[in-house]
Design a protein around this ligand. Sequence first.
Ligand code: OOG
Ligand code: NI
Length: 472
Amino acid sequence: MATQFVSPSEIRTKFSRALSSLYQNEVPLYASLLKAVQDVNDATLAANPSLKAQLIATDELDRLSLERHGAVRLGTADELRTVGRLFRVMSMHPVGYYDLGSAGVPVHATCFRPAAAAELSRNPFRVFASLLRTELISSPAPRALSREVLARRKIFSDRAVRLVRLCEEQGGLAGAEADEFVGEAVKTFGWHPTAVVTAGEYDVLARENPLLADVVAFPGPHVNHLTPRTLDIDEVQRAMLRARIPGKDAIEGPPLRKCPILLRQTSFKALEEGVRFPTERTGGRVSVDEAIEVGGVEGVHKARFGEIEQRGAAVTRKGLDMYDGMLRGARSRGLDAGKKGYKEAFATYPDTWKELRREGLVWCHYTATGKKGLETGDYEGLTRGELEEKLVEDGFVTYEPLVYEDFLPVSAAGIFQSNLGVKGNDVSKEAGKGDQEGFQKALGDLVIMDQMKLYEKSQAESMDKCLAHFGL
Ligand code: OOG
Ligand code: NI
């Protein structure tokens, strides 16, 4: 009898749940945030029966308050490559390249996420994974220290690596293997209260750039936040204040609109956590499999927080360029999110679905409406674009925007900066360029996918189905 493998989406769901309970245990304030989000979502649904019906119809109600993303920061190419293989077990693939160097944060990143529409609808959980670029650290001492420490650490348990390999060899994982994999994978991202460098070395790293201390000083890449989905982020922002959760001052991303686009985010600020620093740097290979027994001194580290997101429509390249242009305009006038005048900076961005679609600013999912009586003769000789327009205009096809599944580099950079206290000018001049080639090389044979191509494919497939339905 052939082995029954657990589906990647099921493993992904188990993984995201296990990571959530780990994080709630490690960062209790995060559990309070989840509760606040749940309360706001419940109230929003109670006030909005049609929204509730829509979520039931699309099978989303049960999963509403589940995490939508997390983030980890990696130290070496090897770590990135192995993390990539680990996520592939759950059908999470590298999508998009994010250069944060130009914003003064010495990392570049990708998003590991499901790529196919069917996988996304089963569970869209994704992880923003950044890789430290030590070449952007201008001071020789912290740069050398970082490289030396990172070269020796081993962030995956031996069992985790064996299970990844087993999955690659057999093409999947069976029940008990999948459960064990989830346990071992989650361990990779847990918190280690004992640093691998001395308090003095920690200071050398942190003075150069707090991000260095966060990535280098510990035995593993602790998850630095998780992010549930909310139906009303403006209300959660107020609820955080009421619950005395130390929230950020403003919601990042596009201002509040009638037609939400892209991604809006807010968070509570990183908390201080106790750390034990060894009196000598931990000798030999640093491994997560070895319990590290040290004397040493107590200290604190501040990096881990909780975030909330509300996702809107996926915009096309044209839509993204328009958004970026308006954002640049606002920021060049000192208007960051939350400042008076920020909202107005986006005032000319169309805000009806009809305009957004017709001007090619958003990606859509098309479905046949059920209207009868289409005469194929009326549609002869039209180009694909004209066909789409006419089908919508004649009421045979309807559309809804595709959800934006990715990240925003400016918001991401802001998240690093506000939680770590990274200043904009801490990295060398080389940073402005980005290094997608280098990042791809680090990933090895896992190829970075282009998010625009994924949205385009998803839209095209939905229209293909409509055309086939009408025999066009
Ligand atoms: C990741 C920041 C990116 C987001 O929501 O934009 C991110 C990090 O701070 O490591 O998670
Ligand atoms: Ni985030």
